[in-house]
Design a protein around this ligand. Sequence first.
Ligand SMILES: [Zn+2]
Length: 128
Amino acid sequence: MADLVRLERGIRVSLTEHESLVDALLQEREQIRGSLFSRFAVCGKANCACAQGEKHGPYYVLSNRSRGEGAFIYLKEEQVSRVRELVNRHRRFKKGLKRLKGLSSKLHALFEQYETSAALAGSREADL
Ligand SMILES: [Zn+2]
């Protein structure tokens, strides 16, 4: 019986954690899949400063494979901070999903233990 009480407590704690994680995930309505990076470029004109190593840029690029193999989007300066935020949000979301999976497995494992203990308790009670 002590076992069942302990397991129930564990299950309820996991459920609370599960619920707040789900709430947090459902708040993240806008996100961007991909990664953001900056690059510097050489224009190729022999008399340009970039030929001396002072490259042009930074240019900010969003790379997103799911939009097609090797898809790159060049960003305007004013888009960069928002896009960075949304890209980070997507990353956090994916981490959250991983945690959700872990929590669900934990919950399931606890219920399996609960079932074993409950079946034992039932057998004892029925004096089998
Ligand atoms: Zn140049």
